[in-house]
Design a binder for this molecule. Structure first.
Ligand code: ADP
Length: 514
């Protein structure tokens, strides 16, 4: 581009004269409201005049010496397009010169110019001229590019989403947009069925239709959250469960005009949930049956056992002379069996009686309870080495008699299963941690093999014969039941031959039923 000197360029002078004479040019300039103006002698293309504003738009001052240094201010990629358009217009002036060209700003950024031009016959008639008006459309272009990026991002997100997306663009019409995944979730290809609300409605399971439409209505009208599970018919004709959420856009008066959201396939989850609910109710039923059975059996078994025992006693008293030694021995065995059976029945009965309902929860100080228990124990068994450590606030809400039972069962086991080869040592501790009270009862007894850690808490499970260690195998089952009633847990850790530690965790505050 050729720069004019400090004096007025002849072309500038000429244009100004032209403008004052030819009203058409003036109107043209006015109508396009240019950001730059460019006037060129078509017979001498190196001769052109450019207004100050044009240079400003590109970050230059007219007097900036660097203006002359650049070959071209047009972006190199746009040069061919610009000269072709210019040529086409010169050859055919009826075809408007109207293009968007990128220019390079002084700071190397891009300036988009919308260039519109016309050929003009100069004042001396013979010399053709070209007048081009520039409009800086960079802000517009940048906004457009940003919009494009955002649109792309939105499309990538929508199409890549694992959930189906629905957009009811105008809630007064039937039309709905569904993304590809929405169709795919129902087993269809994109756009395989009509995208309108009635198509959705017709796919709803008959049992879910009324409450789904009601939920939409309630969301639009009363702003109730739209968060629902329903079944939709898929292409194969099968119904699947979906979880849908959505939200309405509202105008300043609160009137909804658009509603959009997503659906997610929760079929397997829903089936699993239904299955576990079914199992839970079956389990509760069978637990109740079992409790009733245990109670009835232990209660009803007592009577015949009483008869057997008393008749054996009678035989022994009245007919002992008639019995030979062997018969006496047999009778002793039967008597012993009766005694054991009685203990088993009584234990089972007491186990089946441990219930949460009807019992009173009160504040129980576990630390104090332990100390009391140990004091009582020590006075009955002087010389027993029991160490007690209580730390922090060990108050809990509990059924007191059950807590007493739990602790005495564990303590008496620690004593019962002591190792005959070393003096007994018991350590009992209680401390609070994260709203739980943790009780630990540690002994240096015979220990338990790892494989039995779980089994010993089951009813009638014992690891020894009656002659080795007496018992019925119900004590720990009772302990387990008691901690479960208190929403706690019990476990054992042990090294066989060295000792065992029973650990009980009970929440300080029990959640009450109902
Ligand atoms: P019981 O003591 O009547 O057999 P429990 O239910 O109290 O019934 O215990 C079940 C089994 O767990 C016991 O037979 C014993 O083998 C084992 N056990 C319980 N406590 C201890 C302990 N402190 N040390 C070693 N073994 C134990």
């Amino acid at each position: 581009m050729h720069m004019a000197g400090s004096a007025m360029h002849y072309l500038e002078k000429e244009l100004k004269e032209l403008i004052s004479r030819d009203e058409r040019i003036f109107t043209f300039l006015e109508s396009v409201f240019f950001d730059g103006l460019w006037y060129r002698d078509l017979q001498h293309p190196d001769q052109e005049w450019v207004n100050d504003r044009f240079w400003h738009e590109l970050g230059f001052d007219r007097s900036d010496p660097s203006i002359e240094q650049r070959q071209s201010y047009v972006h190199p990629d746009d040069l061919p397009h610009e000269s072709a358009a210019l040529q086409a217009h010169i050859e055919n002036p009826n075809k408007p010169f109207d293009i968007v060209v990128r220019y390079i700003h002084k700071d190397q950024s891009i300036v988009w110019f919308h260039c519109r031009g016309m050929t003009i016959t100069s004042l001396n008639q013979s010399a053709p001229r070209m007048l081009v008006a520039f409009q800086n459309i960079s802000p517009l272009k940048r906004a457009e590019q940003q919009l494009l990026i955002e649109k792309e991002r939105y499309e990538v997100a929508i199409n890549g989403a694992s959930v189906g997306i629905w957009d009811w663009e105008d809630v007064t019409t039937d039309r709905v947009f569904w993304n590809k995944q929405f169709y795919n979730l129902l087993g269809y290809q994109e756009h395989e069925f009509k995208s309108d609300f009635s198509a959705f409605e017709s796919r709803l399971h008959p049992d879910d239709k009324a409450r789904t439409l009601d939920a939409v209505e309630k969301h639009l009208k009363d702003k109730e959250p739209y968060d629902i599970e329903y079944r939709l018919k898929t292409k194969s004709g099968e119904y699947r469960w979906f979880h849908a959420v959505g939200n309405a856009l509202r105008d300043e008066l609160g009137i909804p005009y658009r509603m959009a959201g997503s659906i997610e396939d929760v079929h397997e989850k829903q089936l699993a949930k239904q299955e576990s609910l079914k199992l839970l109710s079956q389990l509760t039923e069978s637990n109740k049956d079992l409790e009733q059975f245990a109670y009835a059996a232990s209660h009803d078994l007592q009577e015949p056992l009483r008869i057997i025992s008393s008749y054996i006693g009678l035989i022994k008293r009245k007919h002992v002379q008639a019995l030979n030694e062997e018969a006496k021995e047999f009778f002793a065995i039967v008597e012993d069996g009766c005694g054991r059976m009685k203990s088993l029945i009584l234990d089972l009965l007491s186990y089946s009686r441990i219930k949460r309902s009807g019992e009173i929860f009160e504040v129980v100080n576990v630390g104090r309870l332990i100390e009391k228990l140990v004091d009582g124990f020590k006075s009955e068994n002087p010389g027993t080495n029991i160490n007690v450590e209580i730390e922090g606030d060990t108050e809990i809400e509990a059924i007191k008699s059950y807590m007493d039972r739990l602790l005495s069962n564990l303590l008496s086991n620690a004593v019962k299963y002591q190792d005959p080869d070393r003096p007994l040592e018991i350590k009992i501790s209680a401390r609070s941690e994260n709203q739980f009270v943790i009780i630990s009862i540690k002994d240096n007894g015979i220990g338990i093999e790892r494989e039995y850690f779980k089994r010993i808490f089951e009813v009638f499970q014992r690891l020894h014969t009656i002659t080795e260690y007496p018992g019925t195998g119900i004590g720990l089952a009772i302990c387990k039941r008691i901690v479960e009633i208190h929403e706690g847990s019990i476990s054992v850790d042990s090294i066989f031959g060295q000792g065992s530690t029973f650990i009980v965790r009970i929440p300080q505050f029990v959640q009450r039923e109902g």
